[in-house]
Design a binder for this molecule. Sequence first.
Ligand code: NAP
Ligand code: ZN
Ligand code: ZN
Length: 352
Amino acid sequence: MFQVHGYAAHDKHSHLVPFSFERRAPKANDVVIEILYSGVCHSDLHQARDDWGGSIYPMVPGHEIIGRVTQVGAGVHKFKVGDLAGVGCLVDSCRHCPACAEDLEQYCENGATVTYNGRERDTGAPTYGGYSDLIVVDEHFVVKVSEKLDLKAVAPLLCAGITTYSPLRHWQVGPGQKVGVIGLGGLGHMGVKFAKAMGATVVMITTSPDKGKDAQRLGADEVLLSTDPAAMKAYANRFDFLLNTIPVSHDINPYLALLRRDRTMAMVGVLTELDPPPAGVSLILGRKSVAGSAIGGLRETQEMMDFCAEHNIVSEVELIAIQDINQAYERLVKNDVKYRFVIDMATLREPS
Ligand code: NAP
Ligand code: ZN
Ligand code: ZN
């Protein structure tokens, strides 16, 4: 057993506070990772505040984890002590259902085990995430990390990165296509970088007029202000694919009007119901589709990590001390982050 330190939410109303807990001793296939950096996803906030219901407390959030391997079980093949390692949103799945058999563990038909706010399959013990100094994970759910990238900026690839990379690949985004990324936050800024690297013409669709310059620096060819009805009208029927990262319920009908006939908008942001719902006419006229996509499987997550190393893609981050996590949550709610907070886990060991 390891005695681990971290930060936890104890209910949906209170701040995250220091918390000590135990992690299992490594089993044959386990990798023990000393955590260096942990990204702060909007999902951490949703779950700490129980926006989706069923939250398990105390909760140690964090599913964008970068660290170094300090110990390996006897059956581990992929990692040795001293290697860099990444852990994303999943730490286990059934390994035998049709989805798992196709390396799509995120869609495990028996329910994948999430990195935090989940329960271990064998013991039922709660899972605790990356806002902590150490984690123990089966090697199947650990990805290799290139030594050549800026590690603090790599952490967000484990969720924001794969969640945008996977739908762009699934809907075969590439040269000659006009792709719109809706919402320039943690997910959105990675979506812009990936869509550009895949060869598409990228339009950043934002509610924030001041983010235009940043969007272009990140790779967007054009910027569309979604609050400007005339601009939205000028882009009607122009897009081959839309990636919608907006984190809250909203009216998707104006965005559906932007799609060309037979094209798709993939939703990755809102898990709750859409209000107002999509109107039939928004889909019927133009044979349009609304789809959804969840993170990515482990094979594709490794593919994305390798793609980032090859194309020199990382996240734009603001490094914070763990002691500042509650303030970071407040700023996330106010849409005041450029474009991902990452916790320097050294501040847990030696407060700054
Ligand atoms: P984020 O950093 O807060 O970014 C969200 C962006 O959406 C904001 O920067 C803002 O961009 C836009 N936005 C915010 N509120 C809006 C509103 N009321 N109306 C229109 N646009 C709004 O969040 P994130 O970490 O990227 O996460 C986004 C969502 O994805 C969260 O709900 C998260 O839980 C979810 N998520 C899903 C998956 C999955 O597997 N599908 C994985 C990870 C996260 P502009 O200022 O440019 O408008
Ligand atoms: Zn996430
Ligand atoms: Zn499965």
